[in-house]
Design a protein around this ligand. Structure first.
Ligand SMILES: Cc1ncc(COP(=O)(O)O)c(C=O)c1O
Length: 409
């Protein structure tokens, strides 16, 4: 029963606050999920509120403990990842932080991680976790002997990798790595941002957690920052308990945008994959380009693995390439010459985007650390959008022409 807090005999000060709120409960169902901005939730009986607080019945009490629009996005992600549960966070980094804690990274325990990671993830592991007493060991995730050695020597709580790595597009052999991690008593955490559930569902391949920066392909339109973790029901319950304390929750508006993005994820991914393949093949034949890193090219070191893992759906929308003999000045000239492709610091949008890892995504790494990983001063990362592939190629061609004219190319 709705209580009449804005009754006609109350003061305008009271009515202005309560009038129109908490109207009759609808007997209809909105076709698309509404955005619930409410922070608090009411129940007729205090016993019900108590039961929700205690976890004896589903419901909402306070937004940091869960809210309807966010839950709708989480349920959608659990379905797309074929997972027991999914938990949303305010960003991909918040999701990675929570999942590392959830997997048992803490003082005295170790994490073994791919060295080829998004720069902030690398910095989180290199700086923040060791400062808390955890050991972190970076490995070449494609070198399974090295991974096995690290697992045996460290006995880690977790092994962390990116399904397709940022920015060199190394493909992780998730089934094999899961087996190795589990044999060593570790959990496998897969940052699946570049793959998205369109290409890979890490939990079906043995992974324990699939982590996404939903800011990228899941949202897809460059207008929402979000993170999400797919995992078992049990691990989801644990993450939700941690989230109540850590508070890096996704807002309802953002959840709605992320969920809206999911609806066109397969359509966008299909186009991203087709366009990236065309762009990669074109770049590979350009004289100003020394190397192209794209799993869809036959000369990519994990091409065969990617064919099996992604089951013919494509190889993703991300690629990177080395400009021949180029450094910062030449790369900047190229980026400034682009007219369609946007030199902006993100990826996975409908727009094509170019990024210079040395000054953005991997700026937190020293030049030596970048060089050791193979991230050279002439490396450009391209997030191929869903525009017409030929328009993207034409823009790259004119920008390469302008950047390298009179410079010996
Ligand atoms: C592979 C990968 N993981 C995680 C992140 C972090 O995501 P967010 O920026 O949403 O915190 C990024 C960001 O670029 C990324 O590329």
């Amino acid at each position: 029963m709705t209580k009449q807090r804005a009754r006609k005999d109350r003061s305008i000060h009271t009515q202005a606050v309560h009038a129109g709120e908490r109207g009759p409960r609808p007997d209809f169902t909105p076709v698309s999920t509404p955005i619930y901005h409410s922070v608090g939730y009411l129940y007729d009986e205090m016993e019900d509120l108590d039961a929700v607080f205690g976890g004896q019945r589903p419901g909402f009490v306070y937004t940091r403990y869960g809210s309807p629009t966010v839950l709708a996005f989480e349920q959608a992600m659990a379905i797309l990842e074929r997972a027991g549960d999914a938990v949303a966070f305010a960003s991909g980094m918040a999701a990675l932080h929570a999942v590392l804690l959830g997997a048992g990274a803490r003082a005295g325990r170790a994490v073994v991680a791919a060295a080829d990671l998004y720069g902030a993830t690398y910095a989180l592991l290199e700086r923040l976790f060791p400062a808390l007493g955890a050991r972190v060991r970076f490995v070449d995730i494609a070198d399974h002997d090295q991974v096995a050695r690290a697992l045996a020597e460290e006995g880690p709580a977790a092994l962390l990798c990116e399904a397709v790595s940022n920015p060199l597009m190394k493909v992780a052999d998730v089934p094999q790595l899961a087996e190795m991690a589990h044999a060593a008593g570790a959990l496998l955490l897969v940052d699946s941002t570049f793959a998205s559930p369109y290409l890979l569902r890490p939990l079906e391949r043995g992974g324990d957690y699939a982590v996404h920066s939903a800011t990228k392909y899941l949202g897809g339109h460059g207008d929402v920052m979000a993170g999400v973790v797919a995992c078992s029901e049990e691990k989801g319950r644990d993450l939700r308990e941690r989230q109540k304390l850590l508070g890096a929750n996704l807002g309802p508006q953002e959840a709605w945008l992320a969920m809206r993005g999911l609806k066109t994820l397969p359509l966008r991914m299909r186009q991203h994959c087709a366009n990236a393949q065309a762009v990669a093949e074109w770049l590979a034949g350009h004289p100003a380009v020394a190397a192209v890193h794209y799993p869809g090219l036959a000369n990519h070191p994990q091409h065969a693995l990617a064919v099996g893992l992604f089951e013919g759906r494509g190889f993703g929308g991300m690629l990177s390439f080395d400009l021949r003999g180029a450094g910062r000045a030449e790369v900047f000239r190229f980026m400034e010459a682009l007219e369609l492709v946007l030199p902006a610091t993100t990826l996975g949008d409908v727009y094509s985007l170019a990024l210079y890892p040395a000054h953005s995504s991997h700026r937190l790494l020293s030049p030596e650390a970048r060089a050791a990983l193979g991230i050279g001063e002439g490396l450009v990362r391209l997030s191929v959008g869903i525009e017409d592939a030929q328009d993207i190629i034409d823009d790259l061609e004119q920008a390469l022409g302008r950047a390298f004219e009179n410079h010996g190319q």
